[in-house]
Design a protein around this ligand. Structure first.
Ligand code: HEC
Length: 298
């Protein structure tokens, strides 16, 4: 009775190979998500930066227009109509119209002593106001912050009172009648010369990075999964056809030779390594046959 041969363990090579493929797949997913996140975040910040400088440029142009074109012409004629002579008022009114049509943007001239209660500084604006008051050399700050519960990229500039501001913001008695009629005399006065009285804010939405990351990740993961699945099945098919099945066959043939069936040829018609292995076994079988014949003959 020939010794019992260990049974070929079907699938164990394939298992190792598949384990490798699956770890590649999981590894690429692990790399994908942070990469998508970083790229998306960088893109959305870049877009916000571009939008912000565009909007800041537009607001600055508007203020310049009022200060350099309108005010020097109208004020000497005794015209104190605020929307025409104050760049702050012009900005505030244009901003109201603009943000009505584009509610995701933020433009505001805020103060802790406002004529118009709408312009009362909120928490972030008050913080910026204090920073500008604390460091008079600051002329602009760009910050990420939360306004009305949304994340914004904000550009802030201090609003500094100079002599002519006091025409309207000095004392209620000296202020133009038009201002008092519209805003009353409770707040928005008593500005000191050369002090930071407000903060000019322009904000663009930072976009919902998370939402974008999720949709993009789902798309990328879908593509990777499709590619891996295709690769997985075709690699498995090839692996079975080219390696596993011929190896199992050679093993079976060698087993039957070892169990005494010396007449059965070991044959795999291929000219690669597997074919060479089968051929080597066949040579071994033949020498075994010759050797046994010689022994039997002696
Ligand atoms: C002709 C009058 C007039 C002049 C001059 C003027 N302002 Fe005003 N200012 C106003 C009015 C009116 C408002 C309220 C605008 C609104 O309804 O949003 C205002 C609003 C403001 C605000 C927003 C907070 C608030 O009071 O509602 C700031 C800050 C401000 N002005 C600063 C200045 C500075 C700084 C100057 C000088 C560079 C200046 N203003 C010159 C009339 C004036």
């Amino acid at each position: 009775m020939p010794p019992k041969l260990p049974q070929p363990r079907r699938g164990s090579l394939l298992k190792k190979f598949n384990l490798l493929l699956i770890s590649f797949y999981l590894g690429s997913l692990l790399l994908t998500i942070p990469a998508v996140y970083l790229v998306t975040q960088a893109q959305s910040h870049e877009a916000a930066d571009r939008e912000l400088s565009l909007l800041v440029g537009m607001v600055r142009a508007l203020r310049g227009y009022v200060a350099e074109e309108l005010r020097p012409t109208l004020m000497p004629q005794g015209i104190y109509h605020p929307p025409a002579v104050s760049s702050t008022v012009a900005t505030s009114l244009v901003a109201q119209r603009f943000t009505q049509e584009n509610p995701s943007y933020y433009i505001k001239v805020a103060s802790d002593n406002p004529l118009n209660p709408r312009n009362q500084a909120n928490t972030l604006e008050q913080q910026l106001l204090e920073r500008f008051r604390g460091d008079r050399s600051l002329t602009e700050l760009t910050e990420r912050g939360v306004l009305n519960g949304e994340r914004f990229l904000v550009s802030a500039r201090p609003s500094v009172s100079v002599g002519e501001c006091l025409t309207c913001h000095g004392t209620p008695e000296a202020a133009p009648q038009e201002v008092i009629e519209q805003y009353g005399s409770r707040s928005g006065f008593g500005y000191a010369n050369n002090s930071v009285v407000g903060v000019m804010l322009v904000g663009v939405p930072l976009g919902n990075v998370q939402e974008l990351v999720i949709t993009r990740s789902v798309a990328v993961i879908g593509i990777i999964t499709a590619i891996f699945t295709l690769f997985f099945f075709s690699a498995n098919l090839l692996m079975r056809r080219l390696i596993i099945t011929p190896l199992v066959n050679i093993t079976k043939m060698a087993q039957s030779v070892s169990q005494g069936e010396l007449g059965s040829r070991i044959e795999v018609k291929r000219n690669d390594e597997i074919g060479a292995l089968a051929h080597a076994f066949e040579l071994m079988r033949r020498s075994l046959v010759t050797m046994l014949k010689r022994q039997g003959g002696s």
